[in-house]
Design a protein around this ligand. Sequence first.
Ligand SMILES: C[S@@+](CC[C@H](N)C(=O)[O-])C[C@H]1O[C@@H](n2cnc3c(N)ncnc32)[C@H](O)[C@@H]1O
Length: 283
Amino acid sequence: ADWPAQWQAILAASNRPPPMTLRVHAQRGTAADYAERLAALGMGARILGAPTPQALVLDKPAPVSALPGFAEGQVSVQDAAAQLAAPLLIGTGLKANARVLDACAAPGGKTAHLLELQPDLQLTALDADAQRLTRVQDTLNRLQQKATLKAADARQPATWWDGQLFNAILLDAPCSASGIVRRHPDVRWLRRPDDITALAGIQAELLDALWPLLAPGGRLVYATCSVFRAEGQAQLDAFLQRQPDAKSHDVPGFTGHLLPVVENAPRPGPSLDGFFYALITKP
Ligand SMILES: C[S@@+](CC[C@H](N)C(=O)[O-])C[C@H]1O[C@@H](n2cnc3c(N)ncnc32)[C@H](O)[C@@H]1O
């Protein structure tokens, strides 16, 4: 019911194999440099360009051990849609040493991207799942980055927060994963209709619990890898009703519902996961 004109294209795209998309470390070279290194090894890749300037799509998926510089952190695997989160949160640049919270961080793809774009951030990476949080540490080690890791429920700041406000918060909330069915085909069978209501409830609790932790003038990005409005636009609209001081911003190419139906000539096939992004600021 959410996408009367697009639902068939979304389902068709969800049945196609996903592309393998890379993110080149912004402090260690351009996507064009890395494409040349790949070409020297006989691996073809397409540079995606703005709004994801560090992104490349491999012509053929490859094991990460075959990617030059992977172990040294020169490149990471991350879908192009996921590569919108960090630049949206940072905007034209956060102030030096800004305090940033990544509230649902594991396995750490967006945490790492934030530090690649602005290495001086004082970043706290939180996740409710201690086991998954170890993957954030692995990611940070590979990329030689530092963050404060905490295993806690982001909805209960009393259990983990030191009382200092954050200049920016990324809330990449748990969701139905309906936007990444092509990567996790089991989502189709594991999800039940009631789940969406339950997940939307958790997303609202996370938004409400984290909003007071944002400093005046701060930026909050709310993201879900879902195509459902209940986890996206409807969730944002309801939050703005509850928090009249919150202001949401349209950032073309970044915010709103990104549907996984984009056909990218000359290679046919969708190259983005389905996502929803909102940028919210506090006066
Ligand atoms: C979409 S994933 C995050 C992906 C991650 N941001 C990345 O880019 O690699 C959502 C995460 O939220 C965590 N989570 C779920 N409920 C939470 C809560 N109440 N507080 C903190 N983390 C939570 C899950 O364990 C999961 O790792």
